[in-house]
Every structure is written in C-alpha cells, then in structure tokens.
Design a protein around this ligand. Structure first.
Ligand code: MN
Length: 256
C-alpha cells in the first residue's frame, strides 16, 4: 500500500468505528507508518465519522507533529505515542469511550469474554487509573508523554486496557485487527451485563481464548471489514484471506 492508500484505510477505520458505536464525536484510531516505524498517522482533532484523508497528520513516537498540520491535533495523541514506543509489534491503536465498556472501568467487575468472537480481549484486562500516578487534579485525559507511557506500562503485552472513568484502549498487529477487537469488545461488554443480570456466567476458558486468538487471521478480519465497509459506504480493499492455525480442519479444507 502506498501512503495515500494507507491514509484512506485509516479514514475507513474511523468511519467503521463510528458506525459501530465504538467512537462517537470523540475517540480516535491511528496506524503506524509502515515506511517509518518511528512515526504514526492520526487525524487532526475531528469527529471520526467525518474525517477525510486530508485531516490525517503524522507524529513521532513522542507525539510531535511532523509534516502537514491541517488543524489542531488530538490532545490524547500521547496514548498512541506511548504504546507505539513500548510495543514495536503494534501496528494500530484505537482509543475509545465505548459506552458499554465504561461501567467495567469503575466497578471492579472484570470484563471477560463470554462469546467466541470476543476472545481476543483476553481474560486479564487491566484498568489504568490516571490518579494513581498523576493525582486527582487531572481532567482524566492523557495529555502528556509521561501519561502515555504509564498507560502503555499498564497495558503491558495485552490487547486491551480499560481506563477508569474514561474509556479503553485497544491495540492490534494490523488496523483490521484493532478495529475488530474494538467492535467485539463493545458487544461483549453489553452482552456480559445482560448475562450477569440473568445469573451465573460461564466465561470462555483460558485454553479456549488462546486457541481462538491463535486462529484469528485474515479470513476473519476480511469478513468483518468487508461488511463494515459496505455499511458505511467505503470502498473495500481486499487484504489477505489466510486461515489461522487454530481454524477448524473442515473449514480449512473447504476453503482451499
Ligand atoms: Mn479519551
């Protein structure tokens, strides 16, 4: 993909996340620059549903803008910078205020996968509390590099961290993976609250989670991405439809 194609993919990711209710007027998604892993692309501060390629800016891993400045950057770009700095394998970051997830950030009730599509959120989701290191005089926003680094440390090697009284941050080894996990985390949170209201919940086991995570591959991501592109009226650019190693044998045979 050339640079323009990458920016268009990021526009598509913004539209999908807005369309699926993960982002509203706020929240953001970024992608690491494949040609220069020491920088990443992120829109200027604007609602994700209306972002255009010309809104997208490039930042260093310290959150400093390089190149064109079409407008004011997001004050929370340090979330992305801190994670890209700490996690070289991460290719995309979504920061959201996904509404069904927030209650889990303030109650101590663990968000855990209850359905197979949601397995990659993992069963050990931490909650980052900005006040632990930065006191009670913040507005809860991640507005400096020290905060971004502290958040990245809490995330560790996981795919997801909650942020107390604020939202959550999701990472992926590809843009499609980060979007996919974000969409299904919101769904899991809503379903988990319903299930908990009904009675005792049987969560996915750690073995099931590991197997599903291993098997998640292009085939799964493309199926979701193509559908979501259709829903938001964006062109679908085909990725790799490979099967993951955990995919069922029957389907693997049928698909080749
Ligand atoms: Mn935020």
């Amino acid at each position: 993909m050339n640079r323009q194609e990458i920016l268009e993919e990021l526009v598509t990711a913004n539209r999908i996340l807005a369309g699926e209710g993960v982002l509203d007027s706020f929240g953001h998604v970024s992608i690491r620059n494949p040609e220069n892993p020491q920088s990443f692309f992120l829109s200027r501060a604007r609602a994700p549903a209306i972002i255009e390629a010309s809104d997208i800016m490039e930042f260093t891993l310290e959150g400093v803008s390089i190149g064109a400045e079409p407008g004011k950057p997001y004050s929370e770009r340090f979330i992305h910078a801190g994670i890209y700095e700490a996690r070289p394998e991460v290719a995309a970051v979504v920061h959201n205020h996904s509404p069904s997830v927030i209650p889990f950030s303030v109650t101590g009730v663990k968000l855990r996968p209850i359905m197979h599509m949601c397995a990659p959120i993992g069963d050990d989701i931490p909650t980052w509390d900005i006040s632990h290191r930065f006191g009670d005089r913040t507005n809860l926003l991640v507005t400096e590099m020290a905060m971004g680094r502290d958040l990245a440390a809490c995330l560790g090697e996981r795919n997801v961290t909650l942020m107390r009284g604020h939202g959550s941050t999701v990472v992926g080894r590809s843009l499609r993976e980060a979007v996919f996990t974000s969409v299904y985390m919101e769904l899991n949170a809503g379903m988990q609250m319903k299930a908990m209201a009904m009675g005792n919940v049987t969560y996915l086991s750690s073995g099931e989670i590991a197997t599903i995570e291993k098997g998640r591959a292009g085939f799964t991501f493309e199926r979701g991405w193509e559908n979501w592109c259709h829903k938001v009226g964006r062109p679908y650019v085909s990725g790799t439809w490979e099967f993951g190693e955990g995919y069922s044998r029957t389907d693997k045979t049928a698909g080749t």
